[in-house]
Design a protein around this ligand. Structure first.
Ligand SMILES: Nc1ncnc2c1ncn2[C@@H]1O[C@H](COP(=O)(O)OP(=O)(O)OP(=O)(O)O)[C@@H](O)[C@H]1O
Ligand SMILES: [Mg+2]
Length: 228
């Protein structure tokens, strides 16, 4: 699928700290994270369970705010406040998926376009993504009538629909067999080649192999390169 290239994005984080407090206990989920993801780059974020990957993505997408540090978006996004970002600016594949339960898979995929009032023009791309991800025959099903892997592929299709400037995905191949995982990774690589800044948290070693760069996360800190 080729298509128009979006305005370039990307992001830089410096010294990002995020603490969660539970009563007297404090968890330093992020302990001073430095990272940069440029437009056109596919970066894989790897690290053990609990190392802070989802927390970092939550911060980068604006769901959480940092206790310390600085987060800047690059290019045209840098002139805007993150609260104003739409799916075309920044798209997220949450670890918990988050499909709308009373919309069909097709309508979930088309949702970002509906919110922009461009559902008519984006319809063919939504159908192409559903077909590419092996979901064409399930388009009218509700999420509760689809497998976890099928739901996850719909979530990735929803994120890719508007060719976002920044794509953040939290373990997007976690529920996939190898063939479907490779199909999703093809689409992620294509998004980066089309100019998106792509960061995916992943335990999938074949995803690291396809990334332009690998970042390792451990105990809330990010270092360049694959884990040793
Ligand atoms: N809301 C919260 N309150 C308290 N602690 C939290 C909260 N969210 C996350 N944590 C803690 O922060 C740390 C990082 O969690 P996070 O979900 O970012 O890890 P992760 O690397 O994404 O793990 P996984 O690979 O299992 O998805 C963990 O120790 C977790 O228990
Ligand atoms: Mg996680």
């Amino acid at each position: 699928m080729t298509g128009r290239v979006q305005p370039t994005g990307g992001l830089v984080g410096r010294g990002l700290v995020k603490r969660y407090r539970r009563g007297v206990e404090t968890v330093s989920a992020l302990a001073g994270v430095d990272l940069r993801v440029d437009a056109g780059e596919f970066v894989a974020l790897v690290g053990p369970s609990g190392s802070g990957k989802s927390t970092l993505l939550a911060l980068l997408c604006g769901w959480e705010t940092a206790d310390e540090g600085e987060l800047r978006y690059l290019g045209p996004l840098g002139d805007r406040r993150p609260e104003t970002f739409g799916w075309r600016d920044l798209a997220l594949v949450p670890q918990a998926l988050g499909l709308v339960g009373d919309l069909s898979l097709a309508d979930n995929v088309l949702l970002p376009a509906r919110l922009r009032g461009t559902a008519g023009t984006e319809g063919p791309r939504a159908r192409a993504l559903l077909t590419d991800f092996g979901l064409a025959h399930l388009a009218d099903r509700y999420p509760s009538q689809a497998s976890l892997g099928e739901q996850q592929r719909a979530v990735v299709a929803r994120a890719l629909l508007l060719r976002p400037a920044v794509l953040l995905a939290d373990e997007p191949t976690a529920h996939q067999d190898r063939g479907h995982a490779d199909g999703l990774l093809d689409a992620v690589v294509e998004a980066a080649r089309g100019g998106a800044a792509v960061l995916i948290a992943t335990h999938d070693e074949l995803a690291w192999a396809r990334a332009d760069r690998v970042l390792s996360m451990r105990d809330g800190v990010v270092t360049e390169g694959a884990p040793s």
